[in-house]
Design a protein around this ligand. Structure first.
Ligand SMILES: O=C(O)CCC(=O)C(=O)O
Ligand SMILES: [Fe+2]
Length: 315
């Protein structure tokens, strides 16, 4: 496959937000090419501060270290908010549960807001102190970065600059705090930390984890490690984007493998899944139709429900 980049491109968000026209065009092109050929790009010079990231890692580790019976008070069967225990979620095409536990933060809204009828309310544990404030801050900061990425993608797909931004405004986006504990002795030999999967949403902004293990499946079928400086963000393309652009940007398969060698430590990561608002229609863009739309129109809500069933998070 002809490709302009021989590795996952590393882009400067500052070059896009503060740069001249040439810098912005370069950013847009590299984002599009990176998504097309790798499904991933690395984002540096963003505004999510090192201090906020450190606080978030600390709060996440403190929360997951709490007793299981405390954490289970925040368990909801549909997994959309609060705590999901170890061994519950599995990838769409896998029978083996992933070796992870996680916490979901959704959109925060005021009582009486119109969003109350659409999204479940967040759950907030009183321990560790500062949890709520830290993750509301991180949600907002990652959403800002994500909206800029969606805006930068629009010209390459020949839609108005605010096309995806509008779709994701008040969207059903979710921040996931992930903890992969040391792989327990006697773990299901078919299980890995996160089995090969594609993200359901438009794009994911992933805070680089505190440990190795993330791999992407490239377009030639080879697993490539995605390693980067912990200050950088990783951005990948999901299924909803693939549907609207008829696989011109395919959703990228990725996984998290178990630790290798004698080191068997916890791994923490924090993906932010950018979703459209629930009644957004996922419909093939004219610029991507080619020989015809591969997928039927579906609302974001219907598509999400279908996929949650497939991963064991909805009935
Ligand atoms: O933990 C990671 O680095 C990636 C997690 C992931 O791909 C996911 O939760 O969808
Ligand atoms: Fe993922």
């Amino acid at each position: 496959m002809a490709r302009k980049y021989d590795r996952v491109p590393e882009l400067s968000l500052k070059a896009y937000t503060d740069g001249d026209l040439t810098a912005r065009r370069e950013f847009e092109e590299a984002l599009y090419e990176g998504f097309k050929y790798f499904g991933f790009i690395i984002l540096k010079d963003h505004k999510v501060s090192r201090d906020l990231l450190q606080r978030a890692y600390d709060k996440s580790a403190e929360f997951f270290a709490l007793p299981e019976n405390y954490k289970m008070d925040f368990f909801r069967k549909d997994g959309q908010r609060g705590y999901t225990p170890f061994g519950r979620e599995h990838a769409k095409d896998s029978d083996h549960p992933d070796l992870k536990e996680f916490w979901h933060v959704g959109r925060e809204f005021e009582a009486g807001s119109a969003l109350e009828k659409i999204y479940p309310a967040n759950m907030w544990p009183e321990k560790p102190e500062g949890f709520r404030q830290t993750f509301i801050e991180l949600y907002d900061a990652l959403e800002d970065a994500g909206l800029a990425m969606l805006e930068a993608l629009a010209p390459s797909l020949d839609v108005p600059r605010d096309f995806f931004r509008k779709m994701a405004t008040d969207g059903n986006s979710i921040l996931r705090l992930l903890h992969y504990p040391p792989v327990p002795e006697g773990a299901d030999p078919g299980s890995i930390r996160a089995a090969a999967h594609e993200d359901i949403n438009l794009i994911t902004i992933l805070v680089a984890a505190n440990g190795a293990g993330l791999q992407l499946l490239d377009r030639d079928g080879k697993w490539l490690p995605v390693d980067t400086d912990p200050d950088n963000l990783i951005v990948d393309a999901g299924d909803m984007l693939a549907r609207v652009c008829n696989d011109v940007i395919p959703a990228t398969t990725h996984r998290v493998i178990n630790p290798e060698g004698s080191v068997n430590e916890s791994r923490y990561s924090m993906p932010f899944f950018m979703h459209p608002h629930s009644d957004a229609l996922l419909s093939c863009l004219d610029s991507c139709k080619g020989d015809g739309a591969k997928y039927k129109d579906i609302t974001a809500h219907e598509f999400l429900t279908q996929r949650l069933r497939e991963i064991g998070l909805a009935e």
